[in-house]
Design a protein around this ligand. Structure first.
Ligand SMILES: Cc1cc2nc3c(=O)[nH]c(=O)nc-3n(C[C@H](O)[C@H](O)[C@H](O)COP(=O)(O)O)c2cc1C
Length: 179
């Protein structure tokens, strides 16, 4: 799939059929995750792929944001050991952006591999950490549910370009430039 097509046709897929992704698909998605950019190339993450049906079910049970029943998931974790010693608060925005870049790579790679995926931020952190046996300095940040789409939903809307995309200078909605 062309990059442009992948970006423009990706959408959150929340409901899946029972077919399972194969090893190659999961490998390709993890490869995309690992290649994500990160501030200072700190790679402040760990990616845990899950395909075991019972573990997926246990994760779903503590994830109110998970609507369907995925046949795979990747949990994006923050590895606090990778955060600069110069001060956590200063480096955290970079860390969150890096994890966001990994999220998008995973979502696009799933789509490119014929799968549907959805980021899930609504879950009980401690329960997921315990289900995945995470050490204290590794915390789950986002779950990406993955599977074959049961159906393709209508694409979600976006704010109009004139409110959010500008050439050269910010403009108010009336068209007046701001400064
Ligand atoms: C950080 C983040 C957290 C999200 N958490 C959830 C969630 O808990 N449950 C859910 O169904 N969708 C979740 N989503 C998906 C968004 O609702 C979705 O991306 C948005 O509505 C735009 O739709 P689209 O992805 O189809 O373009 C999350 C997305 C992001 C980026």
């Amino acid at each position: 799939m062309e990059t442009r097509e992948a970006i423009l046709t990706r959408q959150s897929i929340r409901v899946y059929n029972a077919n399972e992704p194969d090893d190659e698909q999961i490998k390709a998605i993890l490869e995309a995750a690992v290649r994500s950019p990160s501030g200072g190339n700190a790679q402040p993450w760990a990616f845990i792929s899950i395909r075991n049906a019972r573990r997926l079910q246990a994760i779903k049970a503590v994830s109110p944001g998970m609507i369907g029943t995925p046949t795979a998931a990747i949990v994006i974790c923050l590895d606090r050991k990778r955060i600069g010693s110069s001060g956590e608060s200063a480096s955290m925005p970079m860390v969150w952006m890096s994890l966001g870049a990994a999220m998008q790579n995973i979502l696009l790679a799933a789509h490119d591999n014929g799968l549907g995926a959805c980021a899930i931020g609504s879950f009980h952190n401690q329960s997921v950490a315990s289900l995945l046996n995470l050490p204290d300095d590794v915390q789950p940040v986002l779950i990406i549910s993955i599977g074959y789409p049961l159906r393709i939903p209508k694409q979600s809307s976006r704010r109009p370009n004139q409110q959010i995309a500008f050439m050269e200078k910010f403009e108010t909605e009336t068209g007046a430039e701001n400064g």
